[in-house]
Ligand binder design. Structure first.
Ligand code: FES
Length: 275
């Protein structure tokens, strides 16, 4: 069992939990994820680590409350216990001194973006960070990401904060201004990552995306997280979750991520009915 040390709502639909898990916190690196099973008979779900502290022995996760299990997590408070945590899983972000790195995040992807840009900056990169959400109230990790930015841009779909429009608009503008960009990192909705990869491809800008396929075991055994990269099948959990954005078959990923929507709806209705 794993103790929840702290529980916060980042938005009405996003829960942030700090969990005591010293053995994971000691080994965790930016870009990795954990598999959480909230209750003994619950579902296993992969969640990105928004932070980890070897000193405190804790890991922090942020989850968008959309389905049964994430809503269940959303009801948890400090002092509650989680049945199981497995991790850290996946390959960490490849850290090099690339030069000028533009990192782009949207929605819940901002939670993962924070430790990644922090690590990129610690690796000596100049960090240009662009974050976006539907509106100002849905922006998460804004202060944290700003604190590890050399340049920082905010975008909202409704114009309630920063640029009125998409994160991709800012990237296009930077490219049009001939800004030096040595690498682009993107994490967020699939459509956002696809658009970013399509923008950078003709300019030959190395682009890394963090994918979110459906996962079960998270250790390369079930095949549920299959993604197509450069025409070849890869497993998101052990070969990723980060891949070359120019090689990803985003349409296949979109289709695969919709496979269990009817079952997810049934599970959610049952859970809501049982509450
Ligand atoms: S989640 Fe099962 S193989 Fe990746």
């Amino acid at each position: 069992m794993y103790d929840i040390v702290k529980s916060d709502k980042l938005t009405p639909d996003v829960i942030k939990l700090e969990i005591r898990a010293p053995h994971i916190a000691r080994k965790a690196k930016a870009g990795q994820f954990i598999i959480v099973t909230p209750t003994e008979h619950g579902e296993r779900i992969p969640l990105t680590m928004a932070d980890f502290s070897p000193e405190k022995g804790t890991v922090t996760i942020a989850a968008l409350e959309v389905g049964k299990t994430t809503r269940e997590l959303g009801t948890m408070k400090a002092g509650d216990k989680l049945f199981s945590l497995v991790g850290p899983l996946g390959l960490p972000t490849e850290l090099h001194k690339y030069g000028d790195v533009v990192s782009i995040g949207g929605g819940i992807g901002l939670a993962l973006m924070y430790p990644v840009v922090r690590a990129l900056r610690q690796a000596g990169n100049y960090t240009i960070n662009i974050i976006g959400a539907r509106n100002e109230k849905l922006l998460i990790y804004e202060d944290e990401i700003k604190s590890v930015s050399d340049e920082f841009y905010v975008c909202t779909d409704d114009g309630s904060k920063g640029h009125h429009g998409f994160v991709s608009d800012v990237l296009k503008k930077l490219i049009a201004e001939n800004k030096k960009i040595d690498m682009v990192y993107a994490v967020g909705p699939i459509i956002m990552m696809k658009v970013i990869a399509n923008i950078t491809k003709p300019h030959n800008i190395k682009t890394v995306v963090s994918l979110n396929p459906i996962m079960v075991d998270g250790t390369g055994m079930c095949g549920s997280c299959r993604v197509i990269i450069g025409g070849k099948t890869k497993f998101g959990c052990v070969d990723g979750p980060e891949f070359d954005g120019h090689q990803v078959d985003f349409d296949n990923l979109t289709a695969r991520n919709k496979r269990y929507i009817p079952e997810e709806q049934v599970a959610l209705r049952k859970w809501q009915g049982a509450k």
